[in-house]
Design a protein around this ligand. Sequence first.
Ligand code: BG6
Length: 608
Amino acid sequence: MCGIFAITSNRRNDIGKILVECAEKLTYRGYDTVGVATVSQDRIHLRKDKGKFDEVAVKLRLNEMRGSKGIAQLRWATFGAPSKLNAQPHLDCDEDLCAAHNGNIVNFLPLREQYTKEGHTVRSMNDGEICVHAVEKYYDQLGDMVEAIRKGCGDLKGDYAFAAMHKDDNKVYAVKMGSSLFVGIGEGETCVSSDLPSILPVTRQILNIHDGELVILSPEKVEIRRISDGHPIERNPYTSDADIRVAQKGGYPHFMLKEIHEQVSTTRTLFSAIREPYITQFIDALIDAKRVFFVACGSSYHATVVGSYYFNDLANIAAIPVIGGQFNSLYGDSVGNGDVVICVSQSGETKDVIDVVHLCKKKNVKILSIVNVLGSTLTHLSDLYLPMGSGFEISVPATKTYTSQVTLFAFLATLAGQKSEAIKPKAADALINDLQTRLPALIEETISTTTLKARTLAPYLSKFSHFYVLGHGLTHGVALEGALKIKEVCYIVADGMYSSEFKHGPLSIVENGYPIIFTIAPDDAEHIVNHLAEVECRGARIIATGDDHPLLRRYVREEDFLVVPKSSQYLSPILQVIPLQLIAYHLATYKNIDPDYPRNISKTLTVR
Ligand code: BG6
């Protein structure tokens, strides 16, 4: 996935400054290459290079770029290695046009050949360059940017958004075709971006753009056109109340640590974000469903694994967790009328999930979603969605959004169980009260009681290039998520696994002093004693998160036991991811890895 930001203004001629201020907030979208193009003295000035935004911005003095309009692009490489040549934005053949995209042009190789045959000079191996040549081809024929863009989009296949500009006008043009795009309407300037936080330094007046739409930005107005027929579309902007401080570190050394601590408040804001009648509609759809599937990727998928145990235990509903990229080949033929798919995506843009939505809509399957970013593609495509209210999550590794998802699943499963009488009203009320009132304080206590041990384990764990994280029942998804955090930010192969499965092969890895991390829900200690014993007797060093329990004390040394405050069988799994997040965070910083922007990965993958 990549990030684009573009602006046109009639009150600035040092446009590089605002471009840098805004585009820097998109760093999590891609840090393989960075580029900025501005128009000044009737020509396009382009500076771009390999590297992370803050490094390239200083090296190329991006904030000194002159002009009244410009485009910035932050790239996460898919087609074309991370290099200066493949960096975006790209110029057209005679350098009077430029464009930058986010997403994938899947037919870019045949188009590259075709345009080259037609006389274009295609300089790079990056699919984003094809966008500018597609526009150039029709601009040379029609002499009108809007019509040229509309026709150019007809050549392009895939999911993308791009911004383009011509040196001879004061406009910026942008297209939304499957990737996220937001418009900001300021005083004497307008802008467009892949994500909303980067617009806030300019304005809070936001215009939602939908797939299939083209926007024409002038300093004093924004026009929306339908790409298919050029038809103008009227839409009112709204005022965003998003907190720009979210995009600042607030005194923490990294966004990841800030967002781990924010879990205290975001598990509270979750309950003010979801509203009736949507909650009831969501529950009723699950109760009435023939089959229920969860569809998600990465940390969101791990949250659904925990969620599937909540729905089983609390509501007798089999909610089958399926990895986004797997669903269409595994269930695409059998899914049908009466089934419900719950898509879970903090960004609302993950392509592997959006692909499932497109298939399911053709088969009349109800799409429910749980999304953090409002206005994202998934919110437009769903029959019904519940917002997570976590605020923007900047750090690439998900933390607060995962925890909000798991908390929401526990809440929804309890409501469904209460409605279908799978659980007693008293038990349901007690659990809902725990989730809505006790959980934030328990999270705060967990952070304060496990941080030191998590940090102290870093030197020992840093000696290993691989180890395992084992869970059981409700903590199976917790183990998967804890392992992913360590993989993502420590570059260690931490494998998350069901603890009963470990003896069927992986046990062979254990030797004296080998680390095995267990995450155990209170009622499951007895079920995993033999799993603890089988690794301990072979010399493993057991690290555990869980409630204080004499059985665990038998196998886990004090310094290795990250005890979470006493809560309940259903709250404990929510708390237990926190020590695992802290182990990953402190191990990363111990290894001098920036946990906010780990190499090779990206916050939102809008490619399949
Ligand atoms: C990956 C991110 O690209 O996408 C993960 O690195 C994230 O952190 C996963 O969990 C799914 O993202 P989303 O936005 O669909 O929840």
